[in-house]
Write a protein that binds this ligand. Structure first.
Ligand SMILES: Nc1ncnc2c1ncn2[C@@H]1O[C@H](COP(=O)(O)OP(=O)(O)OP(=O)(O)O)[C@@H](O)[C@H]1O
Ligand SMILES: [Mg+2]
Length: 415
């Protein structure tokens, strides 16, 4: 291969910046990784008349991405698909959401000056009622597969909106129209998103978006590194995967930083040390809100207090598909961190404190006493806490080594 010029390296960096997208949902099927189970369920919903979907899960797990990709997976020509996606804001109500959707439904009218394109929102200068909405969404030509995604549904503060939306879903289902509504939002269960969801249970598919599995995260990196014509060492890859804790945004940001680092050294091979630099760079460029939240959570005047250690162990502990961990799962990583056998009684108070306003409610809790489950209220804090633990040498070399191996999950109790 001819020697690469500075211009070539700059081009590589430019390309890396385009395909690693830590802050933009995926909209190109080629760059979408994993998620086959959820995709299949969405395709089934789209294919079945009168069925609709509610897609819910933690912040940042990839809900918007999958809702944008699903239409490309429907095995008919794209010209038959009418895809509409709208985004909700706190100020929205049913009528304003309906209006956003109507603005995307266009029709042509022959006028004296030729053909003019209108949207159906123009037909409704006043309030749009559920009846109007049902009528218009039932009016699509049978040759089309209309898919309407209502994203960020959790943002709406009007309590009537979820009730009306449930009624509309029921009515659309009863009339067996060919439109598919997909309601998307951050929630730990469907009830949080649509309070009256029982009324639509039979006609909706409730799809929980879990955190991504290791092999799905691996796919995100490998696809992109290959597209750049680069390679990545096993340790660098697994460090990035294990640090990300199932959150794709981190695979993108750490992956991009590692690429940048290799490119700055004019290498096409990403080495272990590039991943380490990526962690340091990401920490340095992290939002001030992360830094503040961390300090608030662990501050203490008491020498020898264990807040940092316990929080780091919480972040390292294995968790379920929605990020929840049991206190017992913290024991092992915490024992490794403080290098002695630790029992739940030694950190129960810390966990309780992490739930308080005084510590910024860094954790949240569900379940009954003795069966409590905890998780980071903002999922993105979890990888941040691990990275801080690395920088502050709370995570020792042994644990760091564990983070860079594919079996990391097993060392901390499986995942
Ligand atoms: N299947 C995927 N393959 C590759 N990258 C993905 C995938 N899913 C999500 N991502 C990436 O993860 C990040 C979060 O994705 P997305 O915005 O879709 O999540 P979300 O659940 O809608 O987040 P939010 O709750 O903030 O709305 C983005 O950077 C996106 O590019
Ligand atoms: Mg989203």
């Amino acid at each position: 291969m001819a020697k690469m010029t500075l211009q070539d390296w700059a081009a590589k960096r430019f390309e890396a910046n385009q395909i690693f997208t830590p802050s933009t949902p995926i909209s190109v099927a080629d760059l979408f990784a994993g998620r086959s189970e959820q995709i299949f369920r969405m395709i089934d919903v789209i294919g079945e008349r009168g069925r609709h979907a509610i897609l819910y899960g933690e912040r940042g797990v990839g809900k918007t991405s999958i809702s944008q990709i699903a239409p490309y997976m429907v095995p008919v020509g794209l010209e038959h698909i009418k895809f509409i996606r709208v985004q909700c804001f706190p100020t929205d109500n049913f009528s304003s959401i309906a209006r956003k959707i109507f603005k995307e439904v266009r029709f042509n009218v022959d006028t004296q000056d030729g053909e003019t394109i209108y949207d159906i929102a123009a037909l409704y200068p006043g309030e749009i009622t559920p009846d109007d909405f049902i009528r218009e969404l039932s009016a699509w030509n049978e040759n089309y597969i209309p898919i309407v995604v209502v994203d960020e549904f959790n943002e709406i503060s009007d309590p009537l909106a979820p009730v009306l939306m449930a009624n509309v879903i029921k009515a659309l289902s009863d009339s067996a129209t060919n439109v598919t509504l997909i309601i998307v939002g951050v929630a730990s269960d469907v009830k949080q998103l649509i309070s009256s969801h029982e009324s639509i249970e039979r006609c909706t598919e409730e799809i929980l978006m879990p955190r991504m599995k290791s092999d799905e995260l691996k796919d995100i990196i490998e696809k992109r590194v290959a597209q750049l014509g680069m390679t990545i060492s096993g340790d660098a890859k697994w460090t990035i995967i294990n640090l990300s804790k199932g959150l794709p945004q981190y695979v993108h940001s750490l992956g991009r930083q590692a690429c940048f680092e290799a490119i700055s050294k004019q290498r096409l091979a990403i080495k272990d040390e590039d991943a380490e630099v990526a962690v340091q760079n990401l920490l340095a460029s992290s939002d001030q809100t992360f830094k503040d939240a961390y300090e608030v959570a662990v501050r203490s005047n008491q020498p020898g207090n264990l807040f940092r250690q316990v929080l780091t162990a919480c972040a390292l502990a294995r968790s379920d598909e929605s990020g929840y961990f049991a206190p017992a799962w913290i024991r092992e990583p915490l024992s490794a961190i403080v290098d002695k056998q630790i029992d739940i009684a030694n950190f129960q108070e810390h966990l309780k404190q992490f739930l308080t306003e005084k510590r910024g409610e860094i954790l949240e809790r569900i379940g009954e006493e003795r069966a409590y489950r905890f998780r980071f209220r903002h999922p993105a804090m979890q990888p941040y806490v691990i990275m801080r633990g690395i920088r502050e040498s709370i995570v020792d070399d042994k644990a760091k080594q564990a983070l860079s191996s594919p079996e990391q999950g097993d060392l901390f109790g499986g995942n």
